[in-house]
Design a binder for this molecule. Structure first.
Ligand code: PLP
Length: 411
């Protein structure tokens, strides 16, 4: 891994400061391409906060959320484990030198050749939620250690309701466990996911309670149930609720009640968004502007802006957010006028629209705007539609954490 674009900082600064610095650098070097700053110290801090708040819950970072090689490397060196959804994700983690025991193949529906790859590389912990998945696993990796993924009865209020696609219902669990037993497969636990960006912390309490019941059924059938996987779903920004503190209070209480430490059940989780969302911020250039005047031409009715990153690039997630897209000028000069504005991405497609009718100060062509908290489900979904460039990435990291990135991996 090359160290270009990593800036070692003696004193950690705000992400706005980092953005301002890199915008200045790019302006001086005559580059107007979009840029992203990555605050590696933020990821280290959030990782440590996780263990402070959830000391019993081992973190398996969900690689699908953002597989940036530097941040994955940091998480590996901190001792983190990984949730992988495919052969390539498993390969990325193994190539770092991470032991296969630190990987869960947590896609309940796996391509057959990917199961074979997992077997060949000793990644034996995986999830399932259907009879047909059991058949595939029996055929290709009979000694795998399996977690039954279920979906909670409680409606989880989440941005992405994963229960629509994955997880058996409670009533199906017994049949699936019996079938696994008949096939001589090894079920060792239960998993769930309350949905990404989950808004109700009680989704965790009801899911943990249901997981206990499925655990008991598994034990009655004769399995040694030893892992509970409480999935992802934690918020990525500290301003959003439930905060990790609020989720952790409920999770810890339920674990104590239903999975007390004395039972020695290993608890794992698969956070994605929580670790990375707030560590990435973008600065994009205003590459075009159209002032649309009132009919009598006396004043500006609204303004249309074109930015050089958009829906097909780093901001695909904007389609999903309810509270709207927000951005702010990097140059903080005072501006009186605000106008109803439409913000477009750079491609020739009319669906490449980030916001309509938002009130913005009047921006100039060529100036930079800041979009914060873009680390989750952004770059992994971005395209180069219209051959638009990916943003330039700049990584900021304290000296201590930079040293950590060079540490050997724990076995
Ligand atoms: N685990 C699984 C199986 C997932 O499908 C996902 C997201 O889709 C995650 C973990 C990560 O979820 P989040 O980013 O909400 O924490």
């Amino acid at each position: 891994m090359e160290d270009n674009n990593v800036l070692i900082v003696d004193v950690r600064r705000s992400r706005t400061d980092y953005i301002t610095r890199q915008v200045k650098f790019q302006t001086e070097t005559g580059t107007d391409d979009p840029l992203v700053i990555v605050d590696i110290d933020e990821i280290v801090e959030r990782y440590r906060r996780w263990y402070k708040l959830l000391p019993r819950v081992k973190l398996f970072y969900a690689l699908k959320c953002n597989n940036d090689e530097r941040i994955v490397n940091v998480i590996a060196r901190l001792g983190g484990s990984f949730d992988c959804a495919s052969k390539s994700e498993i390969q990325q983690i193994l190539d770092l030198g991470v032991d296969p025991s630190r990987i869960i193949y947590a896609n309940p529906c796996k391509q057959m050749s990917h199961i074979t790859y997992a077997r060949e590389h000793d990644v034996d912990l995986m999830t399932f939620d259907s009879e047909d998945e059991l058949v595939k696993i029996k055929m290709l990796y009979g000694s795998a250690r399996l977690l039954l993924r279920f979906r909670s009865k409680l409606i989880c209020k989440a941005m992405y309701d994963l229960g629509k696609k994955f997880g058996c219902i409670f009533e199906e669990a017994t049949d699936l466990l019996l079938s696994a037993k008949r096939k001589d497969l090894d079920v060792i636990g239960v998993s769930f996911h309350v949905g990404s960006n989950c808004l109700n912390a009680d989704a965790f309490s009801s899911s943990i309670k249901e997981a206990r019941m499925i655990f008991d059924i598994g034990q009655q059938i004769g399995f040694v149930m030893e892992i509970l996987d409480i999935g992802g779903g934690y918020r990525g920004r500290d301003c959003d609720r439930p905060t990790l503190e609020e989720n952790a209070a409920i999770i810890n209480q339920c674990l104590d009640e239903y999975f007390p430490e004395a039972d020695r059940v290993k608890i794992i989780a698969e956070p994605g968004r929580y670790l990375v969302e707030s560590a990435f911020s973008a600065a994009v250039n205003v590459i075009g502007r159209k002032l649309v005047y009132t009919n009598d031409k006396s004043s500006i009715d609204h303004v249309m802006y074109n930015l050089n990153d958009g829906i097909y690039g780093s901001f695909n997630w904007v389609n999903e957010i309810k509270d709207g897209f927000s951005m702010s000028p990097v140059n903080k000069k005072a501006r009186q006028e605000k106008h109803s504005s439409t913000v477009w991405g750079p491609t020739c497609c009319c669906t490449d629209c980030l916001a309509t009718d938002i009130h913005l100060p009047l921006l100039e062509v060529g100036e930079w705007v800041n979009v914060s908290d873009i680390g989750a489900y952004s770059f992994c979904l971005s395209t180069t539609f219209n051959s638009m460039p990916h943003p330039n990435m700049y990584y900021f990291c304290s000296r201590d954490n930079w040293t950590l990135m060079k540490y050997p991996l724990d076995p």
